[in-house]
Design a protein around this ligand. Structure first.
Ligand code: AMP
Length: 307
């Protein structure tokens, strides 16, 4: 994609924007791209806009950006399927807009709209592009990119992982970064999280036709002294249960929103997520319920996917 390279090389300043409710992939891709551009072009101004998360602070810190910077800037929107989810809506006032993503299209946007849904993470796309352009990837960027690949592939376990995914991870490791360092930063758990695990597992429910799920109220989360994000991460405990190919976690946020993290082993579930103010990948989506009264209908729609 030489048009992307040309666009980036001609631009100064560059503002990289992640999606709302960020994850390892959008923050990793932002910091990985930022530091790689800066490594080749140290005099460029490259800033990142995303919501900081404690568990990802080891890969970077977002910037405050004045309104005046946007009209002269190239904005790069990373990992974001629809314009509404772009973290900083001032992207609208930018000189140029480039979108790089691996989600199925919800909106088409950007002067260049580059989407590769075969890539298991946006960090994989960035690593591939940097390699194609013969850019040197500095270790600080490699660590951020490996973080995003690791989180979006569930530690290289999901179906989208290919030989190319592993080759790209190898490219990043060749910069000298320590894989244990990344894993420890990502997966170290607090004593509160460990203690909550028993309680979480006791809350598992199953629907008549075989959907597996857990409901967590804000009271559950507060009593366990967890943040909403830490509680949401317990979705990983529900995977790989024999006979339950679709599973979800619904949790009540501090703002009293009922958020759903929805996962599937093989059946496409993002259409159901999009019926509930959400979307995402065929096998990993997110959405919202107005309240728990919607839960039976939501479960019924998921059950209709089971043959
Ligand atoms: P999560 O469960 O938050 O890890 O989300 C799984 C996937 O669904 C990610 O690719 C998210 O970007 C996407 N996703 C989550 N929530 C929403 C939403 N409300 N609208 C669109 N996509 C979403």
């Amino acid at each position: 994609m030489n048009e992307i390279k040309t666009m980036i090389e001609a631009a100064d300043p560059i503002i990289i924007i992640a999606h709302v409710r960020p994850d390892g992939d959008c923050i990793g891709a932002s910091e990985g791209l930022r530091h790689s551009i800066l490594h080749q072009f140290p005099t460029k101004q490259v800033v990142c806009r995303y919501e900081a998360l404690d568990y990802l602070a080891f890969i970077g810190t977002p910037d405050d950006v004045a309104d005046e910077l946007f009209p002269t800037a190239l904005v790069i929107s990373l990992d974001t399927a629809n314009q509404e989810r772009i973290y900083d809506q001032r992207y609208n006032t930018a000189k140029q807009l480039l979108r790089i993503d691996h989600h199925p299209h919800i909106d088409f946007f950007g002067d260049i709209d580059y989407v590769d849904t075969t890539s298991p993470s946006t960090c994989n796309i960035i690593t591939r592009l940097l390699t194609e352009w013969n850019y040197t990837i500095p270790p600080i960027a490699a660590k951020a990119l490996l973080t995003g690949i690791t989180t979006d592939t569930g530690r290289f376990r999901y179906r989208g992982v290919t030989a190319e995914t592993l080759t790209q991870a190898a490219t990043l490791l060749k910069t000298g970064i320590d894989v244990t360092d990344v894993y420890q930063s990502l997966y170290e758990k607090t004593i509160e999280e460990l203690q909550f695990l028993g309680q979480f597992l006791s809350k598992i429910q199953t629907s008549p036709k075989g959907i597996l799920y857990v409901v967590l109220t804000q009271e559950d989360i507060t009593l366990a002294q967890l943040t909403d994000d830490a509680a949401a991460n317990f979705i990983s405990q529900l995977s790989d249960v024999k006979g339950y190919p679709i599973w979800f976690l619904v949790y009540q946020t501090k703002e009293s929103e009922w958020r759903v993290r929805l996962r599937s082993a093989s059946i496409t579930i993002n259409q159901v997520a999009s019926n509930y103010q959400g979307g995402g990948h065929p096998l990993a989506s997110g959405c919202k319920l107005d309240d728990l009264n919607q839960l039976p209908a939501f479960i019924e729609e998921l059950e209709s996917l089971l043959s």
